[in-house]
Design a protein around this ligand. Sequence first.
Ligand code: GLU
Length: 274
Amino acid sequence: MGRDFSKVKRIVVKIGSSSLTYSDTHKLNIDRIDRFAREISDITNSGVEVILVSSGAIATGMSRLNITTKPENLGKRQALACVGQSNLMEIYNKCFADYGYTAGQLLLTKYVIDNKQTRENAENCINEMLNLNIIPIINENDSISVEEIKLGDNDNLSSIVARLVKADLLILLSDIDGLFTKDPNKYADAQKIEEVENIEDLKIEKSESKSSLGTGGIQTKIKACEDATNAGIDCVIANSSNIHAIKQILSNKNTGTYFKAKRKQKLKEIEQSL
Ligand code: GLU
């Protein structure tokens, strides 16, 4: 076992809504977004390709319109995503521009992923963005995704994207330091797990808390890691409040929890896992 990310050339980083906003006010944490853009720009400068899967469309819409509770109503959530997605991209682009980069937005739906042709189009689009030194920022197209056709949560989306672009590593940034033996919010003796070799062997409490903004929890993260590691992609769950988390991970520090990839799959097998 042990981490060795020295040969990593392409990573997918997922950041959740709760990491992009202040929990008390539900307003955007601009400082964190800026530092995050700086870190990603520098990592890109070092020669590692970074694809970002960012939540926050609905949360940014809420922030912009001074709404503090996520609406139950689907239409309202879709309208908030319309406002928030474009606003979020404006902010990302402002931040990335300071470090010499341009971000490009790609909004996916289940239909795009389920269809071979559109899936290939999405893959080509991401590859071309990377060729042009653009930072791809991907989200689900929340404004037109209704429950029946939803990909689900962005943990799942990031795992799909990691397989789509055949990434070497998937990093899920969240508001937790990694995977714990028990719910760390409830149990003082909960311990962070450094490495997971076999996800099937994990016995994690199902009742762990979910954030009020995002849709995922630890279970969706574990599932995302399971799908990615089965396709031969290493994964790490880490805390977004550690602004150097990605760099630390890339230099093999014990940041977050490492999920070891199953044997490296042939490209064809990765495709079949989608
Ligand atoms: N796509 C949603 C948004 O951007 C978030 C979904 C999730 O966090 O899992 O608001």
